[in-house]
Design a protein around this ligand. Structure first.
Ligand code: PEP
Ligand code: MG
Length: 836
């Protein structure tokens, strides 16, 4: 026996804390302080529950002595530190025995007494003593159920309330220590030593003469967060019966659906509404309230934070702040940044049934359903027929970008979070699953083979969920994205508090327009190669690549110049007043060349050259390690005309936009730098072009020239590189690839094994590796600042949209992060949270 009883009656003055008794106990105390009709309740703290789990039962006579009334029936509910961590289910009507049964038969009638006793014997047997459910199905009366219990247990059914309670408390305290319960709550962020409290409450019966029943009410719509009384009520019921069998329950509010609690018991209904209003103000939250009506009298048994969808969680937080119930800063902290990402995309309807065909990497969020297509031409044909389609490839190349524009979703067998398909899809806001290893894609035969050997063919329908990485059979119902006033409020309030900038990785008019809608601080990365994927331009690009003489190359570049100029002018117009950071061409040139024979044939035709010659040229350009080959600034040094054309296009666009009154803030960024001399060479040429454009147009303009830190050497040599740079922007996609020596396009193949085995805590292409890559960022930042204390520091890899990386960059004193347009809202909220 324990010396101290360890039971605290919950009264307004009692010393109850969520840290010692759990959030349910604390919430019940708040309800009691509000003078709500809460039945007598006693809290059992974590410490006592731990002792009980260890086999030491405190004096339950003391606990029972705290309650009044006859016959005494009790409920026990779990009370963990935060409601989200779960806990064992409630046990009701402890104390039901022959004596209580006789007493209830006299007062409430035999039917009610039988029902309560039968339910208790069943739940005690099945949930507490863990007996099989089946034998009880044939026991329709308390006597029969008792017999089954006694046969199974080979012992009498316990009649003393202490004995019943002891079993319940022991069972619940041990359930909390079970492996699956522990893993589940740890996945939700609970510490290893998280405690469980229990609350023991006198039952307020919802069964008996007159108006008696039980229900659950909430005061907002769980899907939208709009004020609306929803819930269910059931006569002659208890606990959550009304939710378990909603088809038998009444609605609460009067409407066209027929009888309601409002009609039946208008006074109680009005009282419930009042409870809702007062809970919202005092508990500063939208609550779901469990109540009973005992012969016309309302009792409030419990209240929990109202469950809610993504949209509702944003709407509720914003409405509480707008109504002055919580400060705006708290509203910002209450919404998980990822929630916003769900608002921006279609989602799988949570009520839909779906068969999972396979799983890959959740590369770009949102759900999409459509017919399978295996190449860009088929995707475009689907689009022209207005038929949704999912483009399936082993992996994507620039050739597939047209198809991605036309498709509703993308699925690849290979790749990871920063592979070509993933990056482009995120930019387009297109759902994408990459690295779906269990699926074998045969592009030629136009089919996917599943692990079990079944095949899906072109035209078959599938659904992909880019938020979970699941590939689902058939057309699964989805819900539409919704951006309402609450979303806008949250964005504005984030802007008011955050002290780190958020720019967008944007290369098209659509990207730039969308990011401006989200209130972005500028463009942090315009990947100019994306501007050449348009089919008309791809041909000119290929002509430039195939040029044999400087004259031919110059002629092709002359045709590309006005196209690029127009691209940049448009971006400058859209981003007037904000910086636009344009990256000079980065990928290896052969990425612009066709990989399939049909494409090579078309190219030979367009160039008017023999097929064999074109094939040979393409082959000669292949590299063993293209990501470490002729790309980035190496291209700028080996074929300087390309960067010169791009710089000229940027400056001419600057002059043209300025002439229209646009406030232009151009920035130019050099990719894949490894040495100071690379920057010097490129800078000299670009400065030269700027001088020439100034002279030709008679217009003065300024620009900033910076370096992408994407190689470990650039981070190590940041001091000397910073001397000639206005800014350093860390490209953490390549920097992660090169720091780990891990191909961003192939890592998807073994990443899940690596994460499962605990080699890496997470996929470093998805979550910034703070220990390794992060150290290079800090070191590069410190060395860059040594040369130029005020140098602008930024991060523009895919990590720029992840809350942990944003917090890291902020602590490291970075000026901004840049991420794909659809991540901008997430990043802004995460930036605000990091600041608060
Ligand atoms: C990077 O490497 O982090 C980056 C932003 O460039 P890209 O993804 O285009 O290689
Ligand atoms: Mg890069």
């Amino acid at each position: 026996m324990l010396d101290t009883p360890g039971f605290t009656p919950i009264t307004p003055a009692a010393d109850i804390t969520a840290d010692r008794h759990g959030s349910r106990a604390k919430c019940l105390q708040r309800l009691i302080r509000m003078d709500l009709p809460v039945p007598q309740t006693v809290a059992i703290p974590f410490q006592t529950v731990r002792t009980i789990a260890g086999g030491d039962m405190p004096d339950l006579g003391h606990l029972i002595g705290l309650f009044e009334g006859e016959p005494l029936l009790l409920s026990v509910r779990s009370s963990s530190q935060t409601g989200d961590w779960g806990g064992p289910g409630a046990v009701l009507n402890i104390g039901m025995n022959d004596h209580a049964h006789a007493w209830l038969s006299n007062t409430l009638g035999d039917a009610v007494a039988d029902k309560l006793y039968l339910r208790f014997i069943r739940s005690f047997a099945i949930e507490v003593m863990r007996l099989d459910e089946e034998p009880f199905d044939d026991a329709p009366t308390p006597a029969a159920a008792r017999q089954v219990f006694e046969d199974e247990m080979d012992a009498p059914f316990p009649q003393r309330i202490e004995a019943q309670l002891a079993e319940v408390l022991q069972n619940m305290s041990r359930a909390w220590d079970g492996t699956s319960a522990r893993l589940l709550r740890q996945a939700k962020g609970a510490p290893a030593d998280a405690g469980l409290g229990l609350v023991v409450q006198r039952m307020a019966q919802g069964m008996g003469p007159g108006q008696s029943g039980a229900g659950v009410v909430q005061f907002v719509d769980p899907a939208t967060g709009d004020p609306q009384i929803t819930g269910r009520y059931m006569g002659q019921a208890m606990g959550r019966d009304a939710l378990r069998t909603p088809e038998k329950a009444l609605y609460l509010t009067r409407d066209a659906r027929g009888a309601s609690l409002e009609d039946m018991l208008p006074d109680v209904y009005a009282e419930l509404r009042e409870v809702g209003t007062r809970c919202r103000r005092r508990l500063r939250e939208e609550m779901q309230v469990e109540f009973t009506i005992d012969q016309g009298r309302l009792a409030i048994l419990d209240a929990v934070r109202c469950p809610r969808d993504a949209r509702a969680s944003v709407a509720i937080a914003a409405a509480l702040a707008r109504d002055g119930v919580i400060p705006r800063t708290e509203a910002l902290l209450r919404v998980a940044p990822e929630t916003l990402s769900r608002l921006l995309h279609r989602q799988i309807d949570p009520n839909a049934r779906a068969t999972v065909l396979g799983r890959g990497i959740a590369a770009s969020p949102g759900a999409a359903a459509g017919k399978l297509v295996f190449d860009s031409a088929s995707a475009q044909a689907s689009l022209s027929r207005d038929e949704p389609c999912i483009l399936v490839r082993r992996e994507t190349t620039p050739d597939d970008v047209r198809g991605m524009h036309a498709a509703d979703g993308v699925l690849t067998e290979r790749g990871g979070t920063t592979s070509h398909a993933a990056v482009i899809a995120r930019g387009l806001g297109l759902p994408c699953v990459t690295g779906a290893m269990g699926l074998t894609v045969d592009e030629k035969k136009r089919r996917i083979t599943l692990v079990n050997g079944t095949a899906l063919h072109e035209g078959d329908e599938i659904t992909i969920d880019g938020s979970s990485g699941e590939v689902l059979a058939g057309r699964v119902a989805t819900t539409e994205p919704t951006l309402d006033g609450a979303f806008g409020d949250l964005m504005r309030w984030s802007d008011d508090v955050r002290d780190i900038g958020v720019r967008a990785n944007a290369d098209t008019v659509a990207d730039a327009t969308l990011s401006r809608t989200f209130g972005v601080d500028g463009i942090g990365l315009c990947r100019t190669e994306h501007m050449f994927f348009d089919s008309g331009r791809l041909t000119v690009m290929r002509e430039m690549i195939f040029a044999e003489t400087p004259q031919d190359r110059a002629a092709a570049l002359d045709r590309l110049l006005p196209m690029q100029r127009e691209d940049f002018t448009e971006l400058f117009r859209l981003m007037s007043g904000l910086p636009v950071c344009i990256r000079l061409l980065d990928p290896p040139l052969h990425e612009f060349l066709p990989s399939q024979i049909e494409g090579v044939r078309a190219l030979a035709e367009a160039l008017d050259r023999p097929l064999s010659e074109v094939k040979a040229r393409i082959e000669s350009m292949q590299e063993y390690n293209p990501m470490l080959g002729m790309r980035g600034v190496r291209l700028g040094i080996a074929v300087p005309e390309i960067y010169e054309m791009q710089a000229r296009a940027i400056f001419e666009a600057t002059v043209a936009a300025m002439a229209e009154g646009v406030d232009v803030r151009p920035e130019i960024m050099i990719p894949l730098v490894t040495a100071r001399r690379e920057v010097e060479l490129v800078k000299r040429r670009i400065d030269g072009i700027a001088g020439a454009v100034r002279a030709e147009t008679g217009t003065e303009f300024t620009y900033r020239l910076g370096v992408m830190v994407e190689t470990p050497r650039a981070a190590l040599r940041a001091e000397e590189i910073a001397e000639t740079s206005d800014f350093l922007s860390f490209g953490t996609n390549d920097l992660t690839q090169m720091t780990y020596g891990l191909s961003r396009d192939d890592a998807g193949r073994f990443m899940s094994a690596y994460v499962n085995e605990g080699v890496y805590p997470e996929d470093p292409f998805g979550t910034l590796d703070v220990d390794g890559v992060g150290e290079l960022l800090l070191l590069g930042a410190a060395r860059g600042r040594k040369a130029q204390p005020g140098i602008t520091l930024a991060l523009c890899g895919e990590h720029g949209g992840s809350p942990e990386s944003i917090a890291f960059c902020r602590l490291a004193g970075f000026t901004y992060v840049s991420c794909s347009p659809f991540r901008v809202p997430v990043a802004k909220l995460a930036a605000a949270q990091a600041t608060l």
